[in-house]
Design a protein around this ligand. Structure first.
Ligand SMILES: *Cc1c(COP(=O)(O)O)cnc(C)c1O
Length: 403
């Protein structure tokens, strides 16, 4: 009898009880707006920012209404404007080029390698052309490139790096937290990321001027004095009249839910990696399927797993997806020509057209992705690997990847 998986790929864990208690306290107070405090009170959002900055090992953090809003804020805060080219990943999720487009700026795509990281040779080539002065680097699906080489390339070309850490919150490269290499980093606390407030995000930086602009951009109504992870008033004095309010704040309810989750982040990341390693081990050696080897310097958070079906025909990939789905295993084909429920391929963002990237197209077409919510047990993960292995094997044997 072939086994069928019963778990739900979109089901995250419940919000912890202490977070629910904290949320109820905020609701009972009625003071949900981050700047609505009584004498002597410090808002949940300000406390969260202080704790998040400490956790990420940076002086400054701003909580935002979403990850996308954090990215757009960071781009604005470094001075990106209409018509400016911004380098970014050809393999990422739609809010990344979307944030660039929201400013009237122009995404310029950098290719992806078989390790699912940004193609540093392509980056060096584009950087050498001297057009772009900002790289919005997306650590897509938690894959961290050689950050030392990336920073060398960007520093040499005078390119400032904004990191999209939506999938690397809790990750690191060579002992340095993901998000601490570039000039600013953006995180998401949307339900499917590493902490869950429904919607939400963070922007972090070590640059006081950048943070002052970001706070004003986020809609601080000149109440920046209430922030605990922002620079002093003298820095705001320099920027406060010249920076618009673009409104993208977090509220106290979300912050209350996130503070207890932040305290558990490390443990949760370890639990994700336990699951990731079980699936990875179960898939290793499957004919026709390429497991992504993770470099030793990369401390990743395995909240999802990707494999490659390199040079398989569309029909064969679809057959694998169909057979897995019939056994309860939800795989996403990031390489599918038509975006369905997600979009992760540069050629689906037609508002920001690009020349073809043939080397990347081959990789993109091959990427199959699976979420690993913490509601799955290690036994569940072993079963997921068995099912995928069996179904990839069945299609491979029946006619091969070209069928
Ligand atoms: C989710 C996500 C974002 C944006 O986060 P939102 O909070 O949904 O706006 C940005 N980049 C990547 C890679 C993401 O997965």
């Amino acid at each position: 009898m072939s086994e069928t998986f019963k778990g739900a790929f979109t089901q995250q864990e419940p919000i912890p009880e202490d977070a629910i208690e904290a949320a109820l306290r905020v609701l009972r107070s009625g003071r949900l707006h981050r700047y609505n405090v009584v004498e002597g009170e410090t808002a949940e959002v300000s406390l969260l920012e202080q704790e998040f900055a400490a956790a990420m090992d940076v002086p400054f953090a701003l909580a935002t209404s979403s990850g996308g809003s954090a990215i757009a804020t960071a781009l604005r805060a470094v001075g990106v404007g209409p018509g400016d080219p911004v380098l970014t990943n050809a393999f990422t999720l739609a809010p990344v080029p979307g944030a660039i487009a929201s400013l009237g700026a122009v995404p310029v795509y950098v290719g992806v390698t078989e390790d699912l990281v940004i193609d540093l040779d392509h980056l060096a080539e584009l950087a050498g052309q001297g057009n772009a002065s900002v790289l919005l680097l997306s650590h897509m699906r938690g894959h961290i490139c050689d950050m030392d080489r990336l920073m060398e390339i960007c520093d040499a070309a005078g390119i400032r790096v904004i990191e999209d850490c939506a999938h690397t919150m809790g990750g690191a490269w060579n002992g340095i937290n993901s998000g601490n290499h570039g000039i600013a980093a953006c995180y998401s606390t949307q339900t499917y990321k590493h902490m869950n407030s429904g919607e939400g995000g963070f922007l972090t930086t070590r640059d006081p001027d950048l943070m002052a602009r970001a706070v004003i951009l986020s809609g601080s109504y000149m109440l920046y004095g209430r922030h605990l992870a922002a620079p002093g008033p003298e820095v705001f004095e320099k920027v406060k009249y010249g920076t618009p309010n673009v409104s993208g704040r977090m509220d106290n309810l979300r912050a209350a839910i996130l503070r207890p989750q932040l305290r558990r982040l490390k443990d949760q990341c370890a639990r994700w990696n336990d699951r990731y390693r079980v699936v990875e081990a179960g898939l290793r050696g499957t004919p026709g399927l390429t497991v992504i080897e993770r470099p030793e310097q990369e401390h990743y958070v395995g909240s999802s797993i990707q494999v490659l079906l390199l040079d398989w025909s569309d029909r064969a990939v679809n057959e694998v997806l169909r057979r897995c789905a019939a056994r309860g295993v939800e795989l996403k084909w990031f390489g599918g020509a038509e975006p369905t429920g997600f979009t992760s391929r540069y050629d689906s963002w037609r508002y920001a057209p690009s020349d073809r990237l043939p080397k990347s197209d081959r990789i993109l077409k091959a990427i199959v992705d699976m979420r690993l919510p913490l509601t799955f047990s290690l036994d569940d993960c072993a079963m997921l690997a068995r099912i995928i292995r069996a179904e990839v094997g069945a299609v491979w044997q029946a006619g091969g990847a070209g069928a």
